[in-house]
Design a protein around this ligand. Structure first.
Ligand SMILES: NC(=O)c1ccc[n+]([C@@H]2O[C@H](COP(=O)([O-])OP(=O)(O)OC[C@H]3O[C@@H](n4cnc5c(N)ncnc54)[C@H](O)[C@@H]3O)[C@@H](O)[C@H]2O)c1
Ligand SMILES: CC(C)C[C@H](N)C(=O)O
Length: 364
């Protein structure tokens, strides 16, 4: 990959490589755009097949955060980190402390939180070195683990998508195929089970599947079989790019609504599902509950205020569906328009000269 060519194409601001031999830290912080404010986005720890794959993931996820934060109405830009390693085997406290010092070095341009493979305990270790971290333990006045709130937002968003597809937002009796039953999806399954939905689940880890089978009477299928399930709603809640050339002909659901980031392998796949009449809830709109929740920490956390905003995901998605129908464009395009309009309007007003409290002549 020609990194600068890629960064120029999608207008990235900064890419930071972090290495600490003692702890084994190898991390990449990608900052996409800080027009709306500091870049807020989680830290993913994953076993990548190559450094190039890790860089690409960090870049794609960071851009997704710019759009997510803008579409959610937050005054925040987009960034993300990936740490290369197996979260089940390769973690140690020194690794997260070393990473915290790198974040501190960015002096507030980037603020982190949890993502796949990282936990509140990891954020607490980062917090020993920097204040630019959210989703730490509640005793520090933080909002804690964002996953249950993300799950609630996805549940609300799924109801909005059901309303669009079926003219009724009840999920009772609907068959939902859930891919990946990790932190977010387990709580999502809890909400769906309570409402009377029928669950079909899969995960690459057997114990995660068993937990959902035991708690919600979910039916279990093998990871690759999830695309063939006869269901009303496909909920991708693992990693990205699962809506692609191979899976689209197999998917039977009328609705796609899940928590995973970067669900479309490429934009062309968003066009194909739109033409097939599938109601797709754009990933970064439906999964914005977690970032809405952690972002509230920047104002002194109020759970009531954050939850009120998370409830708004339903209306935000209905607005995306409205723009999609009005402009006759796929829903992913409608969501991008909503986010880009906000970034552009702020960037125009930021072009105005500001003294920011320092009189330029005072330096003479
Ligand atoms: N945690 C949050 O608050 C949050 C917020 C927004 C978006 N997201 C996104 O939602 C998704 C899930 O996040 P999470 O925090 O629940 O992560 P998690 O690691 O707790 O859960 C992901 C689950 O997916 C499983 N998995 C991975 N590859 C799979 C495959 N090929 N088939 C089936 N299962 C597979 C993993 O074993 C794991 O159980 C991610 O894409 C994440 O970026 C999370
Ligand atoms: C909690 C958030 C800051 C990060 C979250 N993993 C997301 O993708 O939105």
């Amino acid at each position: 990959m020609e990194i600068f060519t890629y960064m120029e194409k999608y207008d990235y601001e900064q890419l930071v490589f972090c290495q600490d031999k003692n702890s084994g830290l190898k991390a990449i912080i990608a900052i996409h755009d800080t027009t709306l404010g500091p870049a807020l986005g989680g830290t993913r720890m994953w076993t990548y097949n190559s450094e190039e794959e890790a860089i690409e993931d960090a870049l794609r996820l960071a851009k997704g955060m710019t759009y997510k934060n803008a579409a959610a109405g937050l005054n925040l830009g987009g960034g993300k980190t990936v740490i290369i390693g197996d979260p089940r085997k390769d973690k140690n406290p020194e690794m997260f402390r070393a990473f915290g010092r790198y974040i501190q070095g960015l002096n507030g341009r980037y603020i982190t939180a949890e993502d796949v493979g990282t936990t509140v305990q990891d954020m607490d270790l980062i917090h020993m070195e920097t204040d630019f971290v959210t989703g730490i333990s509640p005793e520090f006045g933080s909002s804690g683990n964002p996953s249950p709130i993300t799950a609630y937002g996805v549940y609300k968003g799924m109801k909005a998508a059901a309303m669009e597809a079926y003219g009724d937002d009840s999920l009772e009796g609907k068959v939902v195929a859930v891919q990946g039953v990790g932190n977010v999806a387990y709580t999502l399954c809890e909400h769906l089970h309570k409402e009377g939905a029928k669950l079909v689940v899969t995960d690459i880890h057997k114990e995660a599947v068993q937990r959902a089978v035991d708690a919600f009477g979910a039916e279990a299928v093998d990871p690759d079989d999830i695309y063939d399930v006869d269901c009303d709603i496909y909920a991708p809640c693992a990693l990205g790019a699962t809506i692609n050339d191979d899976t689209i002909p197999r998917l039977k659901a009328k609705v796609i609504a899940g928590s995973a980031n970067n669900q479309l392998k490429s934009t062309k796949h968003g066009d194909i599902i739109h033409e097939k009449g599938v109601v797709y809830a754009p990933d970064y709109v439906i999964n914005s509950g977690g970032v809405i929740n952690v972002a509230d920490e920047l104002n002194g956390y109020s759970q009531a205020r954050a939850m009120k905003k998370v409830e708004g995901i339903y209306d935000n998605l209905m607005n995306v569906f409205k723009i999609s129908k009005r402009d006759n464009v796929p829903t992913y395009v409608a969501a991008d328009r909503m986010a880009e309009e906000r970034i552009q309007s702020v960037s125009k007003s930021r072009n105005q000269f500001l003294l920011n409290g320092h009189h330029t002549l005072s330096r003479r």
